[in-house]
Every structure is written in structure tokens, then in C-alpha cells.
Design a protein around this ligand. Sequence first.
Ligand code: ADP
Length: 422
Amino acid sequence: MLDAPHLYARPGNPYLAPGGTDWPDNAQRFAAFGQVAAEICRGAVHGFAPDIMLAHDWQAALGPAYLRFGPPCATRSVVVIHNLAFQGRFPAAIFAQLGLPPAAYAIDGVEYYGGVGYLKGGLQCADAIVTVSPTYAREICTPAGGMGLDGLLRMRRDVLVGIVNGVDTRVWDPAADSHIAATFDAGRLRRRIVNKRAVENRFGLVEGDGLLYCVVSRLTGQKGMDLVVASIDELVQSGARLALLGSGDAALETAFTSAAERHAGRVGVIVGYDEPLSHLLQAGCDAILVPSRFEPCGLTQLFGLRYGCVPVVSRVGGLADTIIDANDAAIAAGVATGIQFQPVDQPSFVAALARTASLFADRKLWRGMQRRGMATDVSWDGSAARYAALFRGLHERGAAPAAVASAAAASASTDHRRGARG
Ligand code: ADP
């Protein structure tokens, strides 16, 4: 929609230069993006009048500010927060280039701690705010999870709603996945062994039927990867093995690589980003480790559910909302789909590993967890219905704000298909 080669025709990706650093003119690039989005809402494209502007993260978040501080427009705006850690903060001097009226440089506009905050401006100006899970929606309203924006989010709590992400169930379908060694479904779980052998082979692991964990992740502190490093010796001593695929912090990459050398055959590490290989890991490993310190939604645990790779997760954000912990009550009721732990520290992570090992030892119980995970609806169906309810509410009512979030919440509570989504 926006053809501006001087801003966008570049190598690298939309956000970063090839070396992985931010483009130095990202403030201008993403302001232009938001400004043009607002112009489109005002009729820049002949015959097209959008009802809703949906702005994802800080890169798009100035769109709602341009709507609010420009001529009146019927389009309603929604900001979606995928990760509050990324806020798009720039020095005050940038404001003069934005083409916003002076009134926008204020506490109820884009001003943010003496500079310009793109996400902050969007959160201030949008008609509704979505984040990618109900638990994360609560967490970001607290000082511990709000990353400086909790005060604003508490103020706007009546228009804030959490809607979990779905996954593309055609791309992630173990019964028809060309990236894995053997396809399978809940009725043919034994075929997973072929994938387990393939994982062992790719990661240089000794062959075995014992508990095989995987990690598919950015290697960062947010993802709790330091907890995995610190617990590897205990993991191996317990007889389990680990296959890790990831990239990120250099120190973590080095730590995992040296753990693989220390535990040759028990720990295998591939540093890099490899989507086909991530499918094989989900298809061949017994459990996936996701010990995030915070996790807005998380996708890897959803793939794990779908592939019978039981998620072991910290009880935060979307991980809390998508996995049912195998506590005694859940086991008795036959609803458990994974293992949760909290607080997010090493002792409780190690305890979760021990609990996982004892659950894995009960093959019938483990198989039940796998099958329930695979039966969980992780598609977009339920979440799309919640977005639709939100949009409808905004459009039809011209947004009486408090009613907006409750429309989406009501849609959530009447949606029984999501079952295990809690
Ligand atoms: P985040 O977006 O915070 O990194 P998510 O769990 O929401 O975490 O999404 C991560 C996505 O990236 C998942 O689809 C996961 O499979 C994929 N991914 C992460 N690291 C790798 C990797 N090294 N190789 C392949 N896929 C990866």
C-alpha cells in the first residue's frame, strides 16, 4: 500500500539492518507508515473506507495518534500489543518531523518521559487495546509487568482485552507435514518414534527411548534460557536428553554450545533459525521447555500441543492461559495438557523437570496428555471470533469504551469450542 523506496527498499528485514541493528531512521519510517494508514482511513484510496485500523506494536502505533490528532474520521482504531518490551521511544527532537499538531506533544498524546513514545501514543489514542492473552493483559497493568506503561494501561483498563493467538493448523499439521520424517495423528502416536530417531540423528544424540526435551527459542533472558543453561547438568543426570535450536544472546549461544560439548550425546545444540527443523523437533521430542520470565502469548507451546510434544511452561502470560497443568485435580479430571511451574526460578524449574520425568514414566498417563493436547483447539477460529466481536462493537456503537472489552470477553465466555484454552 505504501510505496516509498527511500524508506523501505532495503536489505535486511522491515525492522533491522542486515547486521541486526535498528535502522537509524526507524522513527521516520514507522511514522510515515502510521501517517499513511491514517490518510487511507480518511479516503486516500478511492472507494475504500476502512471501519477499523488495527495497529500492531509500536511500529504501527502512531496510526491511531494521526487519526486522533487529525481531521475527524469514522474509522475506529485498535492497538495490539505483542510484546510490551518493545516501545519505540525516540528523543523529543523527532516530534517536529512527525507532522502532528503541537497539542499531540502532551501527556495524553505521544509525549513519553520527555521524549516521544510511539507505542505510548497509540495506547493513549486507540479506541481499544488488545494484547495476546488475558493473563498478559492483567500482568501489564501491574508495575512488575507494565514496563513503565502500567499506569496508562490501568487508566485504559476498560478498553483493554486479552485474546490469545492461534496457529496456522494447515502449516502445523502432524498428519500432513512435509518437514517431518513420519506423519502421525493422535491415533498413531507410535509413529513419532521415527521422528525421535531423526532428531537424535540431526543433533548427534545417543539413541534411546528415554525422555527427550527440546527447546525452540530466541536465546534471551525473557525466554528464561539462562535457567535451562543452569539446569542442564541436573537434566542430564536424571537421564533425560535435550535438543536445542535457537539463536540470540552470544553468551547464551556459547553456554549452550559448551554444554553440548560437556554432555556429548545427551545434549545437542544447533545455533540458528531453521523453521523446517523446528517442525521435526516438535514431532520427535517428548516435551518442549518454555520457561519464559514473561510471555505475551507464545507459539511454541501451541505447536507442542498440536504435535504431542508436551509443553513444560512457566505460569505467566499466554503460557498460563493455554496449558492445563497436570496437578492432581487435573489428572483426576482427565484434562491436563502440560506442566506449569512458578515462580520463574531455577529451583522451581528443576522441580518441574522432575515432575515431568515422573509423569513421563507413567506411559498411559503421558499418552493421555499428548492426545488431549492434540485435541485442543489451537486454531484461529475462537480468537478470530473474539476479534470480530470487538470490531463489531467498536463499529456499531461508535465505541462506548467500557462495553468494548466486555463484548470480546462475552464472546470468549460463550465460546465452548476452545475447551482446554481455559
Ligand atoms: P517470540 O515471538 O517472543 O520469539 P513466540 O513463541 O511467540 O516467541 O514465537 C516464536 C516463533 O519463532 C515460533 O514460531 C518458533 O517456532 C519460532 N522460532 C524461534 N526460534 C526459532 C529457531 N531458532 N528456528 C526456527 N524457529 C524458531
